[in-house]
Design a protein around this ligand. Structure first.
Ligand code: SF4
Length: 335
């Protein structure tokens, strides 16, 4: 099944990732020649539609952050295509990329590290307007105030410094910076992982409200499934550089079809104490992307692996239910 066929008929994606690869060369010997590749992202394809949130989940080191950074060209891809409104992002020159960046923004896990501690936050937020030559100083100042109000902050916050804010407020500033150019698409890279649980809900609600108000499209990268369930319309699960399963949120949380997703789900605390589900404990560590297992990459940890098949043949993503794609030879057993 081709990567292209993972798009939904009748809908045009805002952004489409096709056969994306990101390898990091490993060098050795006196001449520092390339001796191997770390395959951080290895043939990943998915589409995101206007106004939706795609959750991208998986354990640490599965490649989800590398995918998101490569989509914005904060990292250069090794191979593949990324189309934004049909335009090939990876083929764009510097001027083309500058234009694309107006529409493609990112919010990082730790906004503090991306804010200049010596600049009042209003100036940090206005930086992108200066880079893109938008408005005069007065117009820029007014836009900064408007975006601060949009994220629930006050006008006087524009003249304060990053260290004067709480973690939740700093993340609101990170969101304001992403919004200042009126983008269509925002990567949210673990945006609430560093926040207290009580603040997490406030920031997630703010993101949902902004999406509705401004028609934004999100890629929400996270390792916390409960958070992803709260905000996503569809969810893609990554394992060792590849997509294991991609499905609408309700379908995925009700009936995951990939054994890896089932194991992740079994670890999520139940909403009602009456709901009992046996926890699936995965044995062993995540293998190294330097030397991924043969066949299905999950087979050394899969509780239902069938040797002679799973360790030999790599499963491809197959559509088993509407918009529900799974890379497992035996996924039909779980329908
Ligand atoms: Fe498990 Fe085999 Fe499916 Fe891989 S292909 S997830 S090893 S059953």
């Amino acid at each position: 099944m081709s990567a292209k066929s993972q798009t939904s008929p009748g809908r045009s994606p805002l952004i489409e990732v096709r056969n994306l690869k990101k390898y990091y060369p490993v060098r050795g010997g006196l001449l520092r020649r390339k001796v191997a590749d770390v395959k951080a992202v290895d043939d990943v394809s998915f589409a995101i539609y206007p106004g939706e949130t795609l959750g991208l989940v998986g354990e640490s080191g599965c490649g989800k952050t590398t995918v998101s950074k490569t989509m914005l060209r904060l990292e250069e891809a090794t191979a593949g295509h990324i189309f934004f409104e049909g335009e090939d992002v990876l083929a764009a020159d510097a001027a083309g990329m500058k234009n694309l960046r107006r529409n493609m923004q990112i919010v990082f896990q730790d906004p503090y590290s991306s804010l200049d501690p010596r600049l009042p936050v209003g100036e940090s937020i206005a930086e992108a307007l200066v880079v893109h030559g938008i408005g005069d100083p007065q117009e820029r100042f007014e836009r900064v105030l408007a975006v601060l109000r949009k994220v629930g902050l006050e006008d006087y916050h524009a003249t304060r410094y990053p260290h004067q804010f709480s973690g939740g407020q700093r993340q609101r500033i990170g969101i304001a910076r992403a919004l200042i150019l009126d983008p269509k698409f925002i990567v949210l890279d673990e945006p609430v992982s560093a926040l207290d649980v009580s603040i997490q809900a406030q920031v997630l609600n703010l993101l949902s409200d902004l999406q509705q108000e401004l028609g934004l499209t999100y890629l929400f990268v996270a390792h916390n499934l409960a958070v992803v369930e709260h905000i996503s319309h569809r969810v893609a699960v990554m394992y060792l550089g590849r997509v294991a399963e991609i499905a609408p949120r309700k379908a995925l949380f009700k009936k995951p079809l990939h054994p890896y997703t089932q194991a992740l789900m079994s670890a999520v605390p139940k909403k009602h104490p009456a709901e009992k589900k046996e926890r699936i404990l995965l044995t062993g560590d995540v293998p190294s992307p330097l030397n991924p297992p043969t066949g299905c990459r999950f087979h050394p940890r899969c509780p239902v692996a069938r040797m002679g098949h799973c360790d030999v043949e790599e499963p491809q993503l197959r559509q088993l239910e509407p918009e529900h794609w799974v890379a497992c030879h035996y996924a039909e057993d779980f329908i």
